[in-house]
Design a binder for this molecule. Structure first.
Ligand code: SF4
Length: 320
């Protein structure tokens, strides 16, 4: 029997905060096949990182979840602490944004790359771990000399590559990259994106890549899922969604990028007024209606479900 690396069904995540229950993710479903890449996009506060963290059960204590997450055929929410430890790093690994905060400042980069190999006993000895960490550094474009460097001695791009090497240390099937290039300058961002694309090409690594930048996702993702107010509001093949968005929110995100060589689009970039709603105070009906240029009266009372909007595509809008 074969199954997707990751299957998410009707996932709902609610934070239990001092202000009350805060629904951060609402009824999200998707499958990720072996070697497939899914890009999650949307503005800050739309639930992307909460969703990413939930896929390895990295949510704060007291967070309420419902629905199903199956990773490599295992029910994530039913795993014992030991089972969960076995899944992290070896089946699924995560690359966080802001590598300086994600790395231990008092340990060398090499030691941090070797640690998961020892914890998960994927190597027989420290010598083997050292050989593998050198190979991983070479693979992510870092000199082996930097294995003995501390995080503060590395540039932002080098630190992000160390995080990728760490995530690959136990040869996972699934890599979750949460805004891994957001803090990098454009040149380094392009290098890291090229590296991730190469890693996918040379292995059957499945990837979830999160960003607010749709143009980045067209480089690394086979499919796009656009999130707004904790839900997926549009999904489909990445270039198709980017170039022919159907949901008004996706259209606004895609239009926010000026067309290179077109002075008119540079002088009058298309923006979207306002901010996404706070998860604890969602408007009635379609949560996008206060910002939507196409909103109708019925949008204030109906929250549309995803429905087919073309070949392999879905969108949640009353106009579709
Ligand atoms: Fe806009 Fe209405 Fe569609 Fe929501 S349902 S995106 S408010 S047109």
């Amino acid at each position: 029997m074969s199954w997707p690396v990751l299957s998410v069904k009707d996932l709902t995540i609610t934070y239990n905060s001092s202000a009350g229950l805060v629904p951060a993710v609402r009824g999200v479903s998707f499958d990720l096949a072996v070697g497939e890449s899914l890009g999650l996009a949307g503005e800050s506060g739309c639930g992307k990182s909460t969703l990413a963290n939930s896929l390895l059960r990295l949510l704060p204590e007291g967070t309420v979840t419902s629905g199903e997450v199956t990773i490599d055929g295992q029910d994530l929410f039913a795993l014992s602490p030991g089972g969960l430890r076995a899944v992290r790093w070896t089946t699924g690994a995560i690359v966080f944004q802001g590598a300086l905060h994600a790395l231990n400042p008092v340990q060398t980069a090499g030691r941090q790359v070797r640690e998961p190999m020892h914890v998960h006993e994927t190597v027989a000895s420290d010598d083997e771990a050292r050989v593998r960490s050198r190979q991983l550094f070479e693979r992510v474009g870092l000199s082996a000399n930097l294995l003995e460097a501390y995080p503060h001695q590395l540039s932002g791009g080098q630190r992000q590559r160390v995080l990728i090497a760490m995530a690959l240390a136990c040869d996972p099937q699934l890599l979750i990259a949460d805004e891994p290039t957001t803090a990098l300058d454009l040149m380094v961002q392009a290098q890291v994106l090229a590296l991730i694309a190469e890693l996918r090409e040379e292995s059957s690594l499945s990837l979830i890549f999160i960003t607010h930048d749709l143009s980045v996702l067209t480089c690394v993702a086979d499919r796009l899922a656009i999130m707004y107010a904790g839900r997926i509001v549009e999904q489909g093949p990445s270039m198709d969604v980017f170039q022919n968005a159907t949901h008004p929110y996706t259209k606004a995100l895609a239009a926010a990028f000026p067309t290179i060589g077109d002075p008119a689009s540079r002088k009058a970039p298309s923006g979207l007024a306002g901010d996404p709603p706070t998860p604890g105070a969602l408007p009635s009906g379609c949560p996008f209606h206060p910002r939507c240029p196409l909103a109708e009266d019925r949008c204030r009372t109906i929250e549309p479900d995803l429905r087919s909007s073309g070949q392999g595509r879905e969108a949640a809008c009353v106009l579709i």
